[in-house]
Design a binder for this molecule. Structure first.
Ligand code: ZN
Length: 199
């Protein structure tokens, strides 16, 4: 193994968002990734549930749009050649964890790839709502969170990642993803308690 240092990147003390122009995107907080017995468990993911919940409360109390993504695969999906079988449509593992269950009227985007924009109506919905900023949390930091954030940034949405509401399989992967978000996308990395609303 080779040791390298993580280059400096900015972690913002405060990020202000306008709730009328911001959506919270909760990525793939499904049993297979989050809960004991899940087929592709990210050990740190369950510990982020209270922080994700905090963001959900902030969004819900202030009329911010909320979108959940739900990784969704069926028999023969080529992703199961890269990863163990996971997120089989209709299974327990596919369901979003009960602590973070979507409310009636909240949007759930079923996605087949890491990028929640790929083959979905997400871009259309965000434009229709007049959303300009995305606060993105969930798991896995360097996979579905990262590729969704990347895809959003390429579309010129402002991207905010509260780092304590995301999780990865390996600290290297987490840091490299956050560094890319900051350095390459001009996204803002912060902590949950530092996501504030514009006055
Ligand atoms: Zn998948």
């Amino acid at each position: 193994m080779r040791s390298i240092e993580v280059p400096e990147y900015e972690v913002h003390d405060e990020v202000r968002v306008d709730p009328a122009r911001t959506a919270l995107i909760v990525v793939d907080m499904q049993n297979d990734f989050v809960k004991e017995g899940g087929s592709l468990l990210v050990p740190d993911a369950e510990g982020t549930i209270p922080n994700v919940r905090g963001l959900l409360d902030l969004a819900r109390e202030n009329g911010m749009k909320v979108v959940f993504t739900q990784d969704t695969h069926n028999e023969g999906d080529p992703e199961w050649e890269i990863w163990p079988e996971h997120a089989r449509e209709g299974s327990w593992g596919w369901e979003i964890v009960e602590e973070l269950a979507p409310l009636a009227g909240e949007t759930v985007i079923r996605k087949v790839r890491y990028d929640a924009f790929y083959g979905t109506a997400l871009d259309h919905l965000l434009r229709t709502w007049g959303v300009e900023t995305l606060v993105i949390c969930g798991t896995v930091a360097n996979i579905c969170v990262h590729y969704t954030a990347a895809s959003a940034a390429l579309r010129w949405f402002e991207v905010v990642i509260p780092r304590d509401a995301t999780s990865a399989l390996d600290p290297f992967d987490l840091e490299s993803s956050l560094r890319q978000t900051s350095f390459l996308f001009g996204g803002k990395v912060t902590h949950v308690e530092n996501v504030r609303l514009t006055a």
